[in-house]
Write a protein of this length. Structure first.
Length: 134
């Protein structure tokens, strides 16, 4: 029996694109909650380098796709850039359709803490929280 099961995810209305945004995908921006932005800003300051975070997706897991999150020291030429609560968010163009309208939150639940993706595009997700399907 697999530890992974799919669960329904409520969808939220995507946010409007920033005024003047010229992205070919015309997708909603990827945003950070105030808690996530604060956590990232503190980590970047402690790290002593970095311009923000880079988000993406990759094929993986029992539901089909998994999130990628890394600290970015410099932008890639193809990156699409958003700013949220003063933190730069970089997304590659192939991942943007899967992440459009997503809010990245930082949550503490009991003894666990970490980033949580609130993605309105997700149709179902793995029960272990490692992967999703759109």
């Amino acid at each position: 029996m697999s530890a992974c099961t799919t669960t329904e995810n409520a969808t939220a209305a995507p946010q409007a694109a920033p005024a003047g945004w010229q992205g070919a995908e015309r997708a909603s921006p990827v945003t950070l909650s105030a808690r996530a932005a604060d956590h990232i800003a503190r980590f970047l300051a402690k790290r002593g380098k970095g311009i923000g975070i880079r988000l993406g997706v990759r094929t993986s897991g029992c539901s089909g796709m998994a999130y990628k999150l890394e600290f970015a020291d410099s932008p890639n030429p193809e990156d699409i850039e958003f700013s949220s609560h003063g933190v730069k968010v970089l997304v590659d163009p192939k991942s943007l359709p899967y992440l459009a309208g997503t809010e990245l939150d930082y949550a503490r639940e009991g003894l666990n803490e970490g980033f949580k993706f609130n993605n309105p595009n997700v149709k179902d997700a793995c029960g272990c929280g490692e992967s999703f399907n759109v």
